[in-house]
Design a protein around this ligand. Structure first.
Ligand code: ATP
Ligand code: LTN
Length: 336
């Protein structure tokens, strides 16, 4: 049989090392990364440079970055099949960032809702990095000519900007970048806070009861679900205006594979208390192997180092080709 020489599509995604990942990060993003590894050439990064847009304690930050790396492996990223690396280890991202910044308009960046939200949240530190963050995200993606970018719904606007930057660059300098497509799960793309189901669940929420961290133990997970804000109705039913219950049903469906009708009929004679307990147990059981694997990995720092060093070298090999091409296109003098 002739060998299939067709090139696989390239996938790139990143996550910030800003704390233990939440169930939102897991359901909306990382759990979808693993199953893509056979069909695509996958590149996954711990985007530590992005995390610097908010003030951090350097010692804690270094530890969180290592933990975030171990966590993506614990969630099923195979560092041989995929390229798994830490963003600051590959200089291509910063190099391309500058060129792309010069092809991005101030007005475009001013419209980014994440910038507006985060500058409100940290009014004492509205730094330039926070403003230009989406350009670095575009560089992350375009420096590998990624075809697809798995993300949660909140990142759609940033991806749209990356596409616009790529199109503009191609128009000015000739075909250079692939125009990336978002890859947003049809279900679970926006897991909500357990304390305010109109807001997304976020790692940096000050209220620890608002999110499930994927390393929380079973008792903690059950306790947080028991306290989850719902409505005054008592029927487990997916419907408009029942944001809290809709969120719990979505989570339950994602970890058990049951659809909404099955869930409604399973809990038709039961109240919210029983349902919350079932969600807590299902989530805790689902996350148990991640916790175990994470602990093993954190006990083997030499292995982790081997993986992220190899990942960065493989990533650089790919991205440097694109950076070299871009340098030539914009008219930098070739020195090699
Ligand atoms: P932070 O709170 O520090 O800004 P975050 O929790 O929003 O971080 P990121 O590192 O910015 O997480 O995002 C990593 C990935 O997780 C992105 O693809 C993002 O779209 C996805 N994601 C984040 N929160 C959710 C959520 N609540 N539901 C679904 N996907 C999410
Ligand atoms: N901006 C994203 C994280 C991120 C990312 C990326 C996601 C940085 N670079 C490239 C996909 C592709 C966030 O804040 N969630």
């Amino acid at each position: 049989m002739p060998e299939n020489t067709e090139k696989k599509k390239v996938i790139f995604s990143g996550i910030q090392p800003t704390g233990v990942f939440t169930l939102g990060n897991y359901i909306g993003a990382i759990r979808n990364w693993g199953p893509l590894q056979d069909e695509y050439d996958c590149i996954y990064s711990i985007v530590d440079m992005h995390a610097l847009t908010v003030k951090r304690d350097p010692v804690k930050f270094r530890q969180q970055t290592l933990e975030a790396y171990a966590l993506i492996l614990a969630c099923g990223i195979d560092p041989v099949k995929s390229i798994a690396f830490i963003q600051s280890h590959n200089p291509s991202h910063a190099q391309l960032n500058w060129i792309l910044a010069c092809a991005t308009q101030f007005g475009e960046l001013s419209r980014m809702t994440q910038f507006k939200d985060k500058s409100k949240k940290h009014p004492d530190d509205v730094n330039a990095g926070l403003f230009t963050y989406p350009v670095l995200m575009a560089a992350d993606i375009l420096t590998y000519n990624a075809d697809l970018v798995p993300i949660g719904a909140d990142q759609k606007q940033h991806l749209e900007l990356a596409r616009n930057i790529a199109v503009r660059f191609n128009q000015r300098f000739g075909d250079t970048f692939v125009i990336p497509e978002p890859y947003i799960p049809s279900f679970g793309a926006s897991v909500k806070s357990l304390q305010d189901p109109t807001k997304k669940m976020s790692k940096s929420d000050e209220n620890p009861n608002a999110c499930i961290y994927i390393l929380d133990d079973k008792d903690t997970i059950i306790r947080k679900f028991k306290r989850a804000v719902t409505d005054s109705d008592a029927e487990v039913r997916y419907a408009d205006g029942k944001d809290g219950i809709n969120n719990l049903m979505t989570i339950y469906s994602c970890v058990t594979g049951k659809d909404m009708h099955e869930i409604e009929s399973d809990f038709s004679c039961k109240g919210y208390g029983d349902f919350k307990l079932a969600v807590g147990e299902a989530v805790a059981d689902h996350l148990e192997p991640v916790r175990t694997r994470f602990a093993e990995l954190m006990n083997d720092k030499a292995y982790l180092k081997e993986c992220y060093t190899d990942g960065a070298q493989r990533a650089f090999k790919l991205s440097n080709k694109i950076v070299t091409k871009v340098y030539r296109k914009v008219g930098f003098v070739d020195y090699r």
